[in-house]
Design a protein around this ligand. Structure first.
Ligand code: SAM
Length: 272
């Protein structure tokens, strides 16, 4: 698959981030801000992950797929607390290697597989999974409809999908829209709404929640922690990447405080 330079650059950044997120400092910040310790790059908190697990009715014997799993948050965690089987897919190998090592350490009750694969061309049989989860993944890739269609293909008739996504607040002026794009993840822009995308790809929404307030709290706390530890972070990430990171966090916080971007949760089931 041919990828645009922006997409390649984002994937390379994720790959580096999964490695650096194993450092003690970054794990400490992650635990304080989101309550997780998997090296996550999404804004999913532990409480939200618990809610996702309940919505998906995970239990031993359930087959869960996490798309864009990074180093295993929240898929591995959900497998650990529920005993379900889990398949993790992502494009950077680095994160998946870290996830596999964690799965081995945690001695999960169910099976855990990990594969480098594109969420828009999932390498699994139709109807194989009972549950699909993804955390802030659709805002990190351009082919959103293709990913939702591919997830639709691999879900079984009575399965369900839960995902969070960061999006631009509808109805902004041109200037605010530009600021929203600058403050959001690289592929926050979408041609249409998520409800419309879900409907077009054969999904029916069964639950929909606004997570923006928690997102704002988390971004503030993350920025506070990173500013307080900027010198140590520069030793882990390098001076240039640390300065880019802080700049992008500040612009995200400004976009959030201005009401320009949001974070939402969807649960959807396949339409027969
Ligand atoms: C915000 S991160 C979330 C990762 C992880 N679930 C977490 O919470 O830490 C988004 C992930 O989507 C992945 N991604 C981007 N494009 C993808 C694609 N086409 N197929 C699968 N994963 C993709 C990225 O590599 C990245 O790991």
């Amino acid at each position: 698959m041919v990828r645009e330079p922006d997409e390649q650059a984002l994937l390379a950044r994720f790959s580096r981030r999964y490695q650096s997120a194993t450092s003690g400092l970054m794990r400490k910040i992650e635990r304080r801000v989101r309550g997780s310790d998997y090296g996550g790059t999404s804004w999913t908190t532990r409480r939200e992950a618990d809610g996702m697990g309940e919505m998906l009715k995970l239990a031993p014997g359930t087959r869960l797929l996490e798309v864009g799993a990074g180093s295993g948050w929240p898929g591995l965690y959900l497998a650990k607390v529920s005993g379900c089987d889990v398949a993790l897919i992502d494009l950077p190998l680095q994160g998946l290697r870290i996830a596999k090592a964690r799965a081995a350490r945690d001695q999960l009750a169910g099976a855990c597989g990990a594969a480098v694969a594109d969420g828009s061309a999932l390498p699994f049989p139709s109807g194989w999974f009972h549950a699909v989860v993804h955390s802030d993944v659709l805002c990190c890739l351009p082919r959103k409809l293709a990913v939702l269609a591919s997830c639709r293909d691999v879900i079984c008739a009575d399965g369900s999908m839960v995902f969070s996504v960061i999006l631009v607040t509808p109805g902004l002026s041109a200037g605010d829209y530009r600021q929203a794009l600058a403050g959001g993840p690289a592929f926050i822009a979408a041609d249409t709404t998520y409800p419309h995308m879900l409907q077009r790809t054969g999904w029916e929404i069964t639950d929909h929640a606004d997570l923006t307030a928690q997102f704002l709290t988390s971004v503030r706390a993350q920025l506070d922690e990173e500013e307080a530890h900027a010198e140590q972070l520069a030793k882990i990430l390098g001076a240039e990447e640390t300065s880019e990171l802080l700049k992008s966090r500040r612009s995200r916080l400004a976009a959030l405080e201005g009401g320009l971007i949001r974070r939402e949760l969807f649960q959807a089931v396949p339409v027969a």
